[in-house]
Design a protein around this ligand. Structure first.
Ligand SMILES: Cc1cc2nc3c(=O)[nH]c(=O)nc-3n(C[C@H](O)[C@H](O)[C@H](O)COP(=O)(O)OP(=O)(O)OC[C@H]3O[C@@H](n4cnc5c(N)ncnc54)[C@H](O)[C@@H]3O)c2cc1C
Length: 389
């Protein structure tokens, strides 16, 4: 992992984030100016090719950058909001037309636009292959006039309140044919926020990730030009599956990153806080607790780094899909235990709003659900690793 990118992330966080993070947590969103500042510093484009407006670099580079940010106190929610383009753009950058790349990828990596990814629906999120938002293709005889009419709803959409466009998973049919069921019926359409019939129906309040806005979105007879189709009709499920690998790795990094930060804060607190006439760290039971926190963080980090190396060499394969799912699970389990112990060792202070470990404790709870629930990931790994019946 690149020490320069780790330092860049840490320095950016000290300069642009830590002083304002609580304010953004209370406001329920991060400012657009932060996207511009991050782009100016070259952070948003890491991991995207220069031909689509990125900075180049590998997944390992992005991981190093985000590790540096989390080590300085950036929260998991902050990263979810600032790097939503990491889930909204990969399909567009890889499979989108040159026009879509120009209209959405370049300005988003420049920090001028915000994108979101709309897959989950009120009726369910785990079973992506059975999503129900419909897009009926209307042929007019003129390629510039041909369009889809979209009806449905999406929920729990990160950055959906602020987003200028949503990369939206839909089920396409034409006027004369019914939509294909299952995975083969899914396509991705880019839908602009100002399209008539598109609505941000709710700004959802959450247990954690407070500075990351989360929306419920509605689509009522939304007319979307055919040019906004990403890649091929019916290929959306494959594009989504391909991009899930980097999303799950990112969430693994959030998990061990906030755990490592919680450990550092707790070790400092244990040196300073005295009980029964001695610093907490003078007790063997406390030192052993800190070592166990350290062990779990390091194991999660090492596993995740191994999958990242494999991904940078081989891309999306059965092995990296399974590896990303299991690295996420490993990191999430470490994070949940470590963040809980961090609150415990902070005593009443750890339960107070505004104490940093309290925020990480709440933020970590989304990680075994978002980007694929642990149970669903384990089922996927069973299939890919040959343990299915
Ligand atoms: C803060 C937040 C941000 C999010 N951001 C986005 C986003 O930007 N874009 C987006 O599209 N989605 C987003 N999501 C949605 C997220 O991906 C889904 O919540 C997740 O995939 C689970 O779907 P669900 O909530 O519908 O749960 P369900 O699919 O209803 O499952 C409920 C629970 O049942 C269990 N379960 C489900 N299936 C199985 C099974 N086969 N075997 C055993 N147990 C099972 C799991 O414990 C699961 O958590 C976000 C969610 C949250 C909370």
């Amino acid at each position: 992992m690149s020490p320069e990118l780790f330092s860049l992330g840490a320095e950016f966080t000290r300069r642009e984030i830590t002083g304002s993070l609580q304010e953004w947590e209370d406001a329920g969103e991060i400012p657009r100016a932060l996207h511009l500042a991050a782009a100016k510093q070259g952070l948003l484009g890491i991991g995207f090719d220069e031909e689509v407006g990125g900075e180049g670099g590998s997944l390992a580079d992005l991981v190093a950058l985000q590790e540096g940010m989390l080590a300085e106190g950036a929260s998991s929610g902050l990263l979810a909001g600032l790097f939503t383009h990491g889930i909204a753009l990969p399909h567009l950058a890889r499979h989108g037309s040159a026009e879509l790349v120009d209209r959405y990828v370049w300005p988003t990596l420049a920090g001028e636009k915000i994108g979101a990814l709309g897959i989950t629906e009120p009726g369910g999120g785990s079973d992506v292959a059975h999503l129900t938002t419909r897009a009926v293709r209307v042929s007019t005889g003129s390629t510039t006039e041909d369009h889809y009419v979209v009806n449905g709803a999406k929920t729990f959409i990160t950055s959906g309140v602020r987003a200028d466009f949503v990369t939206t998973a839909v089920r396409v049919s034409t006027g004369s044919t019914t939509a294909a069921e299952g995975a083969k019926g899914i396509s991705l359409l880019v839908i602009d926020k100002d399209t008539p019939g598109f609505t941000v129906d709710r700004n959802l309040r959450k247990m954690g990730w407070h500075c990351s806005d989360t929306a419920e979105l509605g689509f009522t007879d939304v007319r979307v030009p055919v040019g906004n189709l990403v890649g091929e009709e019916g290929a959306g499920f494959g594009y989504i599956a391909e991009a899930f690998v980097t999303e799950r790795i990112a969430l693994a990094v959030h998990a061990y990153g906030i755990a490592a930060r919680s450990l550092a804060l707790t070790a400092a607190y244990a040196r300073e806080r005295r009980t029964f006439g001695e610093p907490l760290i003078a007790r063997q039971v406390v030192r052993h607790k800190l070592v166990e926190m350290h062990r779990r963080v390091e194991a999660a980090k090492a596993y995740t780094h191994a999958v990242v190396r494999e991904y940078d060499e081989s891309g999306t394969t059965a092995s990296t899909i399974a590896g990303a799912a299991l690295a996420k699970q490993t990191a999430v389990e470490a994070s949940q235990w470590v963040c809980d112990q961090a609150v415990q060792l902070h005593g009443g202070t750890g339960y107070m709003h505004g104490t940093e470990v309290e925020r990480h404790y709440r933020d970590t709870r989304i990680l075994p659900i978002g980007g694929g629930a642990t149970e669903v990931m384990t089922d996927l790994a069973a299939k890919l690793l040959g343990y299915a019946s």
